[in-house]
Design a protein around this ligand. Structure first.
Ligand SMILES: [Zn+2]
Ligand SMILES: [Zn+2]
Ligand SMILES: [Zn+2]
Length: 493
């Protein structure tokens, strides 16, 4: 019996007529960008197609949208989602830099060297070089402790109730007897630490923020709790982290500003500048998975969180901290953080899509950096800021929106030229397919074959560690994700 293609509706029982009867609408730039990013997540091969093919796909996904090809082209260009000319997208890497010299310990200085290049705006830029020949898999350096321990934001509620460690956030399995015997509980609130190590790391900051003595005018305990709440409500991990770092800087005054100097040795850029390069409202997008605060009201949200920050730290204005500095702190945290923590030497490594180092991070022993291949004395060390298993278009977009540069490393150049050749093939195979909705499934399969796959990545010595850099472990705020309303099914005629 012959089969014909029929549309079935997932969300609406009344069927096709409903879609046809729905009034046409012009999507906002935000809706358009979100749908494109969502499409790329669902079907990555569509990142590599011509604008005409993408436009056609969008009209199929959104039958009620009134859009034209030049408008779509223009909107995507203005949101850093598409560019035919490499000079067109907004980049900000030339405005990134640090204020201080990072300091290596003797052990680190045996194998690595930091070199400085001054950028035109007076900020410092650092690169890390091998001080001697390094063998594959050899440990290059350790950073046993991050700048300061930052409790994952989504653990703060549990920690407050004494159900997870107030320092590392691990669920507590110990008996109350063990806690009391080892004095692992706070005498003034329900906070508990999992070990003496965690208590040592956290107790000073904890007392400073939660139980300030009356002569301490730098912190308002109720204000800090309210700030934590604002961060939690909006999933603003970076704002919360900046609060903890700022508390450590205030606490550290007696010790010669060591924490501040280390923090200022990290590259900085204002979060407001970074947001100019953000590619969409972040439904399935690539920008700051840790921040959550990408929404149409983001500027309002940042200033709200800053107001709340000022109530937690009533003297911060006297210390020279205004909204712009706060946004620089946020940007600095975001471009340097590794799984929610800051490691000051690791942060100085530049990016390459084919890195020559890899890292291991665990709560007990800290950060270990290894050579991925043999490295000669004097060669620069590179890490990767993005998942190396991602295709070239996604990698470059992630780097562009989060770090402000268009990667042109040797691997990107190879991948781009391979993609240009592939694109011609895809366009040819698509032009042979009719544009009726029934052809969608066929189109998908012809596009799928063009996706970069693992075997392709493994060729030519491009072996990659299969532990993919973990996405940040905290929840980010999601808006409802829209899926196609229509599914195509083959039915008997
Ligand atoms: Zn702990
Ligand atoms: Zn306490
Ligand atoms: Zn690259």
């Amino acid at each position: 019996m012959p089969l014909k293609i029929e549309q079935a509706h997932l969300n609406d029982e009344s069927g096709q007529n409903e879609v046809l009867n729905e009034p046409k609408k012009v999507p906002t730039a935000e809706e358009l960008c979100d749908d494109v990013v969502l499409l790329w997540r669902q079907e990555p091969a569509f990142e590599d197609v011509d604008m005409g093919v993408l436009f056609e796909k969008l009209t199929l996904r959104n039958p009620t949208w009134e859009i034209t090809l030049p408008e779509v082209d223009d909107t995507l260009l203005h949101h850093n989602l598409s560019f035919s000319d490499e000079s067109l997208p907004f980049t900000y890497a030339d405005q990134v830099g640090s204020l201080h010299h990072p300091s290596l310990n003797d052990k680190q200085a045996e194998k690595i060297q930091l070199r400085e290049t001054r950028s035109h705006n007076g900020l410092l830029n650092w690169s890390v070089f091998a001080q001697k020949d390094l063998r594959q898999d050899e440990v290059i350096f350790y950073e046993h402790e991050p700048l300061t321990h930052i409790l994952p934001l989504d653990k703060t509620s549990l920690a407050e109730k004494g159900r997870s460690c107030a320092s590392c956030g691990h669920s507590l399995t110990q008996s109350s007897q063990f806690t009391v015997k080892n004095m692992l509980d706070c005498q003034q609130c329900s906070a508990v630490w999992c070990s003496k190590h965690c208590k040592r790391l956290d107790s000073a900051t904890h007392s400073f923020l939660k139980h300030p003595v009356s002569k301490n005018k730098k912190v308002n305990a109720a204000g800090w709790l309210a700030f934590e709440e604002v961060c939690r409500e909006n999933a603003m991990h970076s704002a919360y982290a900046v609060g903890i770092i700022y508390a450590r800087i205030l606490l550290d005054k007696q010790e010669g500003n060591h924490i501040r100097k280390q923090f200022e040795s990290l590259a900085q850029v204002s979060q407001s500048l970074r947001e100019k390069a953000a590619d969409s409202t972040n439904v399935g997008g690539t920008f700051d998975k840790s921040t959550g605060a990408i929404s149409s009201d983001k500027h309002w949200l940042w200033s709200q969180s800053f107001d709340s920050f000022c109530k937690a730290f009533p003297t911060c204005a006297e210390g020279g901290l205004d909204l712009e500095t706060y946004l620089e702190y946020i940007g600095r945290f975001n471009i340097n953080q590794l799984e929610g923590q800051l490691f000051t030497i690791y942060s100085q490594l530049n990016h390459n899509c084919e890195p020559n180092v890899r890292h291991e991070l665990d709560a007990k022993s800290g950060l270990k950096v290894f050579a991925r291949k043999n490295i000669k004395k004097g060669e620069e060390l590179f890490t990767t800021y993005v998942n190396p298993l991602h295709g070239v278009t996604l990698r470059r977009r992630e780097l562009l929106v989060n770090w402000g540069f268009l990667c042109s490393c040797p691997r990107c150049q190879r991948d781009l030229s391979a993609r240009r050749n592939r694109k011609t093939d895809i366009t040819i195979s698509l032009s042979e397919t009719s544009v009726s909705p029934g052809s969608t499934s066929r189109r998908k399969s012809s596009l799928k074959s063009s996706k970069p796959d693992l075997s392709e990545l493994l060729k030519n010595g491009q072996e990659f560690d299969l532990e993919i850099p973990t996405e940040f472990g905290f929840d980010r705020r999601r808006k409802s994700v829209r899926f196609d309303d229509v599914v195509l099914t083959a039915v008997e005629e």
